[in-house]
Design a protein around this ligand. Sequence first.
Ligand code: GLU
Length: 305
Amino acid sequence: MKRILENIIENNRKWTKEGELASYIPELTRADKDALGICVTTLDGDEFYAGDYKTKFTIQSVSKVITLMLAILDNGKDYVFSKVGMEPTESAFNSIINLETNTLRKPLNPMINAGAITIVSLLSGENSDDKFNRILKFTRKITGNDSLNINEQVYSSEKATGNRNRALAHFMKSLDIIEGDVEEILDVYFKQCSIEVTCTDIARIGAMLANDGVLPWNNERVISREATRLVKTIMVTCGMYDASGKFAVHIGIPAKSGVGGGIMAAVPRRMGIGVVGPALDEKGNSIGGIKVLEELSRELDLSIF
Ligand code: GLU
């Protein structure tokens, strides 16, 4: 496996020259554009790495999968999906127009920003610190990494510039889609996006999902099988932004990307995969990361379809 991963990274290094770092959050331009790394975690808990797998990056939208799981644990799936839809979108992840024009009268799904901000409003917790600490604690559990924390620079940068997310949140407040204090909800959202990880951390989240909710390294169940099935389905239909259809056709693995350059993938009953490659395409997906997953899926026949 290690040899396969090393070959795939070398074959696809050229792609890091394409695309751009996310710059709408200024601090993200400090990422290493040339980095390309992968980690695979099997359901026996074995781990294989190649390339720049030690590169740290902020989890960004991969965190939307984590908060969706937590919201389902807190409220049950029926309540969660009374507040957000489960339909894919052809609009960008931070689309404003889509929120007003879609016929559901709620965010289309939990993987776009409007949906993820709504999900935060559903989380249990006395106040925003309490909510974020629950997210961090759950993330540490499902990554088996007690030292995870936020990158303060990215958090401050996003909080200072996140006016588009503020617009989405205030608009949803005006429609009574979200309850509670808008700035507090956004603060939790900005913090969850700023959790700093490596591809090993996200490969382990993928492995837990691939293993139907049980942590491969200690056999602890953290979420029901039914919930993981739902989450993996939403990852297939909505996880790669408005390029989810193309990704499903070419790669065929439930996955979630983030603008920090990470992609978390879960191959049911086989493995979790984490890749990092901060250079993004115009949709916000890692170019190198997608190419690496495409070759790995072909090589090991990982498509679920
Ligand atoms: N924190 C980012 C934002 O809200 C996350 C976007 C992403 O990774 O898709 O804009």
